[in-house]
Design a protein around this ligand. Structure first.
Ligand code: ZN
Length: 142
């Protein structure tokens, strides 16, 4: 893929500090870490986001992310971990090659996740939405 920094890294045309990799996925240090050990896991095969990501690559991303999270904890780099994947601009995606952040969390770190919750919906509203999603899943083979 042209103009993809992560494909450049995979091709050896841009530098990265590699952590792990296998036939499907590669992990390397985020260049703007929220804390020491912040790692990205990407598929070797270019995919923009969830819509074109091979589900087996997605599974491999999560599997490696889980192992990296355990390593962060073992090293004392993380008291907790967030796994974060931004799919789409509105979700905060900035590099359009799918990537899973393995975010080592420490008490008082610089990362905040905030939500302005709307009033909780009724059970009827939750049931209606769940039914819509069930229907959509049936029609996509998902
Ligand atoms: Zn790419």
């Amino acid at each position: 893929m042209d103009d993809c920094i992560f494909c450049d890294i995979l091709a050896g045309q841009a530098e990265a500090s590699f952590v792990a990799g296998d036939e499907r996925v590669v992990a390397f240090a985020d260049i703007l870490p929220i804390g020491e050990g912040h790692t990205l896991v990407i598929p070797r095969r270019h995919a923009i986001g969830l819509h074109d990501l091979d589900p087996e690559d997605g599974a491999a991303m999560f599997r490696l992310g889980q192992r990296i999270a355990a390593a962060q904890r073992r090293l004392g780099l993380a008291e907790g971990v967030n796994l974060f994947l931004a799919d789409g601009v509105v979700a905060g995606q900035e590099v359009f090659h799918a990537h899973l952040h393995v975010l080592p969390r420490q008490d008082g770190d610089a990362l905040t996740l905030s939500v302005d919750y709307a009033p909780a919906p009724s059970r009827d509203a939750l049931d209606t939405t769940a039914a819509r999603l069930r229907d959509a899943l049936e029609h996509t083979g998902g």
